[in-house]
Write a protein that binds this ligand. Structure first.
Ligand code: ZN
Length: 314
């Protein structure tokens, strides 16, 4: 009896706090990058309004949210972001939300350390490049949705599992097609180091022209080293990225040509942003299918032109 008497005022306080909280937010879910926004939409279905901030062709490392976007982040019921300093210029706004105890979650943090590449304090943030890791992140997003809206938790869990199965199918496809690239040519050269996780997961060496963040320009020495490497190893193609300027890639191609080696552009890859909204490449699965299929075919391997579910040419 005593116990329930003690609990009663606590429950009342709890209800009050929740009500105040609800008054401050508009109930939307805001995500930073498309790879999180799309997964959240796939799992939430029609139950939640998901607003994604950083769109097609936009670099999250340097992205500064506009005033109205900051407003959306402040008002949202739940904010989901990558973390590991991917959203480099958004740290203070995300922190201020957390300080006011508004729900905010870095969905790519909290993975086991063995999953991470790079040093402990600053691991490489591009975790979506390994489908098996992003499937775990999808699980985390499912958990966040269930905690945010417990009434629909069962539905989120079911949709999360179905989505994870699709990710697993694409992961299996990648494991099948990457080994078709001749051993010597299993080298992916692209504008910045966004593909380390893809390299580790699917057995391809990765060389970035720039560093991990797009904020540093590639140095002349780095470019010269890379040109020598391409020439020595007869690498046939390097890649451009949708969210990074092409300048340094062209410098490398010209450098190789001066040494008598032709390097072609193997295609445009989606590194830190997805394709146009409403297209297959504008989904996380479509983006990764495009990347995998483009890389494999440009480097001399064989993958179906339409990708793992024949949707790339739609
Ligand atoms: Zn990046």
């Amino acid at each position: 009896m005593k116990k329930s008497l003690l609990l009663a005022p606590l429950l009342f306080l709890g209800a009050c706090t929740n009500k105040d909280e609800a008054a401050k937010t508009d109930g939307t879910i805001v995500t930073t990058v498309g790879m999180i926004g799309d997964v959240t939409r796939q799992i939430a279905g029609d139950k939640q309004e998901v607003i994604n901030i950083i769109g097609e062709g936009t670099d999250p490392h340097t992205y500064q949210p506009s005033k109205s976007e900051i407003d959306k982040i402040q008002k949202a019921g739940l904010v989901l972001y990558n973390g590991h300093f991917l959203e480099g210029k958004m740290g203070s706004i995300l922190k201020s939300r957390a300080e006011r105890d508004n729900p905010v979650s870095a969905v790519a943090e909290g993975l086991a350390e063995v999953e991470l590449i790079g040093d402990g304090d600053h691991p490489d943030p591009h975790l979506w490049m390994d489908l098996s890791i992003w499937s775990k992140v999808a699980g985390k997003i499912g958990d966040e949705l269930a905690a945010f809206d417990p009434d629909n938790a069962n539905q989120y869990q079911k949709q999360c599992q179905e989505y994870q199965e699709k990710l697993n199918d694409l992961h299996t496809y990648a494991l099948m097609v990457f080994p078709t690239i001749p051993q010597k040519q299993r080298v992916l050269v692209t504008a910045h180091d966004a593909f380390s996780y893809l390299g580790r997961a699917y057995g391809i060496e990765v060389r970035g022209i720039q560093g991990i963040s797009t904020e540093s320009e590639a140095g002349t020495k780095d470019i010269n080293n890379l040109v020598s490497y391409l020439v020595e190893n007869e690498i046939p193609a390097i890649f451009i990225e949708s969210s990074v300027p092409e300048k340094s890639v062209k410098t490398v191609i010209e450098g190789a040509a001066e040494k008598g080696h032709t390097v072609k552009i193997g295609g445009k890859l989606f590194s830190d942003a997805m394709g146009p909204a409403g297209t297959y490449q504008g989904t996380y699965i479509g983006m990764m299918d495009h990347n995998i299929t483009t890389i494999v075919n440009a480097l001399g391997g064989s993958a179906p032109e339409g990708g793992f579910q024949n949707k790339l040419n739609d």
